[in-house]
Design a protein around this ligand. Structure first.
Ligand SMILES: [Mg+2]
Length: 223
């Protein structure tokens, strides 16, 4: 690859949840474990899956809801705190994803995970999946104080890694946060999957739209 202006390396940014990892599958695995541990029935798993909203429903609200619906005891704050520590342990990354990220760095790209979320849970996910070990920067919104789609979060990633945003990429599943945010930062964008269809609008049209993140690596490498 050729570098960016002034010879700076270019930047490839990736969202984490439902982009590099199958976040929804890991939520199912966590919910089944949590319900079994509490000795509850399948209907509680079904309720959690129906009310998760792809992880976008506030967790305190989710636990208040499940307590009320099934008459459960327990402190909501403690339940959320446990969730933040425990559910990341149900995430995993395909070896091909780790290899793809590594191949970008080998080719001279700087690679950053740019994720909206809490520092503790996102950091555990990055550690547990092995993704954290194969990227240059773990850019977690709570840690850096800026959330996607604010383009400043991508500038932070570029500054931290010594890269330029010019000629760079943002890969993610959320049209408003990942695609609009990446476009606002001047990045080319790739949307993964068909999550959040109601968020897709003409001004959030990605450069490419793929079903799997594995399709993005050769495209970025060839750019
Ligand atoms: Mg996502």
């Amino acid at each position: 690859m050729t570098g960016g202006p002034a010879g700076l390396p270019r930047l490839a940014c990736f969202d984490l949840d439902n982009t590099l990892i199958d976040r929804d599958a890991s939520f199912v695995a966590w919910a089944e474990w949590w319900v079994a541990r509490a000795g509850l029935g399948r209907e509680v798993v079904e309720w959690l899956l129906a009310n998760d909203e792809g992880g976008f429903r506030e967790r305190p609200e989710l636990f208040v809801g499940v307590k009320a619906r099934f008459g459960l005891g327990g402190d909501v704050g403690a339940m959320v705190e446990a969730y933040d520590r425990e559910h990341p342990l149900f995430t995993s990354a395909e070896p091909a994803v780790l290899n793809g990220l590594t191949s970008l760095r080998t080719a001279g790209w700087r690679v950053a995970v740019v994720t909206n979320g809490g520092t503790l849970q996102q950091a555990i996910k990055l550690e547990h999946t092995g993704i954290g070990a194969v990227v240059d920067f773990k850019c977690i919104s709570e840690s850096v104080g800026v959330r996607k789609p604010d383009p400043r979060i991508f500038k932070i990633a570029a500054e931290y890694t010594g890269a330029t945003l010019e000629g760079g990429w943002m890969v993610g599943d959320h049209p408003a946060y990942d695609i609009a945010g990446g476009i606002a930062a001047g990045l080319s964008t790739i949307r993964i999957g068909n999550h959040h269809p109601t968020e897709a609008t003409p001004d959030r049209t990605p450069t490419y739209h793929f079903s799997s993140v594995l399709q993005t690596f050769p495209v970025i490498l060839a750019s």
